[in-house]
Design a protein around this ligand. Structure first.
Ligand code: HEC
Ligand code: HEC
Ligand SMILES: [Ca+2]
Ligand SMILES: [Ca+2]
Ligand SMILES: [Ca+2]
Length: 466
């Protein structure tokens, strides 16, 4: 009797184990991670319309909810030439690139390179520098034209100059024989109205980025960011991200850089003040001068001292901090899940880290303690010669770029009616963006090139679901 029970038990156990084995058959459906559709944690909105990047973060305090809309107005409405009856909004220029934030961050989304010479406010700017570094490690401005080429000016002064872009096409083949084309931009600055530029000028082209989830990135603790750094590639995976330590002009100290394509700004406060100053010509308490190329702008009317009050600047900053992240689409789709596995197995996640948890945000509590899926480590990586320029930003060399968060990347077509990617908008598709990866990302790129067409399509389907 006892023997029968043991045999029965064993038979049952074997049967049970077989069932278990069956459970992990490779052709079983793939499963999404619980809650991975909430890219911004509770700061996520289910909106896949053309306004998907423009939603207020859920859970703001009553005051912040209202201030967000004031910030939105400052972000979208045009600044005008001083003097003007619209006192709160005059002081444009004298030199500028666009007369509003949303001129470049259209619908809080992604800019692109101009599609014809002189196209205004496409969202691309040219940063200028000469070799060397300042006392805090910052890049040195071009002596006459400063930190950026302003290709617009108020009517009483001549603009700094103009530029044209020449693209050189190259082609290559995937391992399966399919061919692809890439285009590399070259910038020619022309019509300079204030003399020749320094012969050693270094130009760095940058497009405006989508504005979503930025406060969540500001809420990541320094320890969280540092935990992913591997400057000397101790784990031997060929990827060696490092933090950009930059100068915090407000707090007068060194800080971890988080924003911009080379992580050159430590906070949204500083990034916003710099944008007002360089892109629109509006002075703030932080940069309280006129951005003046003629040498003397004292005869020109200005819009106050500073041109935007601190209170209003803080509303712009709040706006930048509290734009929600749109939720994933199709995150349970089998092709998307297969693409996600390929994204992990190809090493894309060594830089485009899937999830992190925010610490506590100093001013907006809704941003604190959220599990987010930015697909970035906010670290600098050497991306090879193909993407390099010669401009440095603090520790970032010409070859180094901050891993850009990939959240929202599948919505550019819907929001901004284009599919241009990378720091200068050179990639015309997600496929081209991956093919430009080199340096530390060379291994991941090779994996992509050797994939079958079906696998490449799955990987792209995953990116489009972000
Ligand atoms: C002339 C075009 C232009 C205008 C106008 C402009 N921006 Fe930007 N913005 C950019 C570019 C280009 C970048 C990337 C900068 C870099 O990498 O150095 C950027 C980056 C940013 C970022 C960082 C995003 C990130 O993901 O790191 C913030 C925040 C930002 N801008 C806020 C603003 C605000 C606020 C205004 C209005 C006061 C504004 N911008 C106006 C072009 C513009
Ligand atoms: C070594 C780090 C690293 C690895 C590995 C890596 N990337 Fe990137 N990725 C970056 C950086 C840095 C950029 C920005 C480069 C630039 O704009 O010049 C970028 C840009 C992108 C972009 C364009 C983002 C935008 O905002 O325009 C996409 C899409 C992308 N990567 C996908 C992938 C995929 C897919 C893989 C794996 C096959 C991968 N990356 C592997 C670091 C990495
Ligand atoms: Ca001004
Ligand atoms: Ca300038
Ligand atoms: Ca490593």
């Amino acid at each position: 009797m006892r023997k029968t029970i043991v045999i029965c038990g064993l038979t049952f156990l074997v049967f049970f184990l077989q069932q278990c084995k069956k459970e992990i058959k490779p052709d079983d459906p793939l499963k999404a991670e619980e809650n991975e559709q909430y890219s911004g944690g509770q700061v996520t909105v289910f909106d896949e319309s053309p306004s998907a990047f423009g939603s207020q973060a859920p859970g703001l305090s009553g005051d912040d909810e209202l201030l967000f809309f004031v910030g939105h107005a400052f972000f979208t409405e045009n600044w005008v030439t001083a003097p003007s009856s619209t006192k709160g909004r005059d002081g444009l220029g004298p030199f500028f690139n666009s007369n509003s934030c949303s001129g470049c961050h259209f619908k809080d989304g992604r800019g692109r390179a101009p599609q014809f010479d002189g196209e205004v406010s496409s969202g691309l700017v040219l940063r200028l520098s000469i070799p060397g570094q300042g006392s805090h490690g910052e890049s040195l401005n071009e002596p006459l034209y400063g930190k950026q080429l302003q290709d617009q000016a108020i009517s009483s002064v001549l603009k700094e100059g103009a530029y044209t872009i020449l693209y050189t096409e190259t082609s290559g083949t995937f391992n399966d024989g399919t061919t692809y084309n890439l285009r590399k931009p070259e910038y020619q600055i022309s019509n300079l109205n204030y003399g020749a530029m320094d012969a050693s000028v270094q130009v760095s082209a940058r497009v405006a980025r989508q504005m979503i989830g930025l406060g969540l990135l500001e809420a990541l603790s320094e320890a969280t960011i540092l935990s992913r750094a591997d400057e000397n590639d101790a784990n031997g995976d060929g990827v060696s991200g490092r933090v950009n330590y930059v100068w915090d002009y407000k707090n007068q100290q060194t800080a971890i850089g988080r924003f911009g394509w080379k992580a050159e700004h430590p906070s949204l406060y500083q990034q916003s003040a710099a944008a007002l100053y360089e892109d629109i010509g509006i002075s703030t308490s932080l940069y309280n001068t006129q951005n003046c190329t003629t040498g003397d702008c004292s005869s020109l009317a200005n819009g106050g001292d500073p041109e935007i009050d601190e209170d209003d600047l803080l509303k712009v900053v709040l706006y930048c901090q509290t734009l929600a992240v749109p939720a994933r689409r199709n995150w349970t789709d089998q092709t998307v899940l297969k693409g996600k596995q390929l994204f992990i197995n190809s090493g894309c996640v060594s830089c485009h880290a899937s999830s992190m948890t925010t610490g506590s945000h100093p001013t907006v509590s809704a941003l604190s303690n959220q599990k987010i899926y930015p697909y970035s480590d906010l670290l600098l990586h050497d991306m090879g010669a193909g993407l390099a320029d010669s401009h440095t930003d603090f520790l970032a060399t010409g070859r180094e770029w901050r891993t850009p968060p990939l959240w929202g990347i599948g919505l550019f077509q819907t929001v901004n009616n284009h599919t241009f990617y990378l720091h200068d908008g050179r990639a015309r598709s997600l496929e081209e963006a991956i093919l430009w990866h080199g340096g530390e990302a060379g291994g991941a790129r090779s994996k992509f090139v050797t994939m079958s067409k079906a696998d490449r399509d799955a990987l792209i389907a995953f990116l489009k679901s972000l």
